[in-house]
Design a binder for this molecule. Structure first.
Ligand SMILES: [Zn+2]
Length: 278
């Protein structure tokens, strides 16, 4: 494992720029409220060797379903667009590392219902169903990322989480829990910090390592991509979209590279743990 200093410097520079703009544009907010220390000290993880056959990853760019565009970030971007873009980069990185066949849930602008995605993952024989999202949480206020643009922002609840379901067959539930724990561990090892789940009470419960949560929505509100796929599935809430520092950082190719390596590290670690994916 070696420290990727360039990632630290680059993301910090971008974050600093975002904080300065927050000061300029925030209407009625306390000056400097977004200047709290915040640093992604990212580490370039060394990937375990590829073992066995290539893993088929169904890579779901969250939202982009009919009447479901997702959140609007602190940069006023739609979640369906940012996740589509992030999934493109992650998919390309996984295939470049080797050992992965990536099947995207949507390409271009077409809307794809979630039930169709679950069926697609089954049809292509996916080993794992990975769904990318961003969260919205924290004390919200208005701010202006650029002149003439007013968005919603918060700075008190950054971090990633990984979500899974313990419904259904015990073996599948255990595989999802292991996937959740492994991705959480790799993301933390890469330097991403986990959200503590303060606003998840009643919706998701902490389970396993810090950052991993199990679905506790009411039965009729549980998340389809967590409970329906027949292969292990998780949602990665990559960051808090309302936190401008994180929203800006996730635009940085070096941060995306660290994220992709963390995901690849986790997926390549699964066979070594004796986890049977199907
Ligand atoms: Zn989402």
């Amino acid at each position: 494992m070696r420290r990727a200093c360039s990632v630290v410097l680059s993301s910090l520079a971008l974050v600093a720029a975002a904080c300065e703009r927050a000061d300029d544009g925030a209407s009625g907010a306390e000056p400097g409220a977004l200047e709290d220390p915040f640093a992604l000290e990212l580490v370039e993880l060394e990937l375990p060797a590829q073992r066995g056959e290539r893993l088929v990853v169904y890579l779901d760019a969250g939202h982009g379903a009919p009447d479901n565009e997702g959140n609007r970030s602190s940069l006023c971007e739609l979640e369906q667009d940012t996740m589509h873009d992030l999934a493109l980069d992650l998919g390309a990185a996984l295939e470049a590392y080797g050992g992965f066949v990536v099947v995207p849930s949507r390409t271009g602008d077409e809307l794809v219902p979630y039930a169709e995605r679950v069926a697609d993952a089954e049809r292509v024989g996916a080993d794992v169903f990975l769904s990318l999202h961003s969260d919205v949480r924290g004390q919200v206020r208005e701010w202006s990322p650029e002149p003439g643009l007013v968005c919603r922002a918060s700075h008190d609840a950054p971090g990633f989480t990984v979500l899974y379901s313990d419904e259904g067959p015990a073996e599948l539930a255990a595989a999802r829990a292991a996937l959740c724990a492994t991705i959480t561990g790799s993301m933390r090892a890469a330097g991403f910090s986990a959200y503590d789940g303060a606003e998840y009470v009643g919706l998701y419960a902490p389970s396993g390592p810090s950052g991993c949560f199990v679905d506790r929505h009411a039965a009729d509100k549980r998340i389809m991509v967590l409970r329906r796929p027949t292969m292990p599935s998780v949602i990665v809430e990559t960051h808090n979209a309302l936190d401008p520092r994180e929203a800006v950082a996730f635009r940085d190719p070096l941060v995306r590279e660290a994220f992709a390596r963390a995901i690849a590290h986790a997926l390549r670690s699964l066979p070594a743990q004796g986890l049977s994916l199907r």
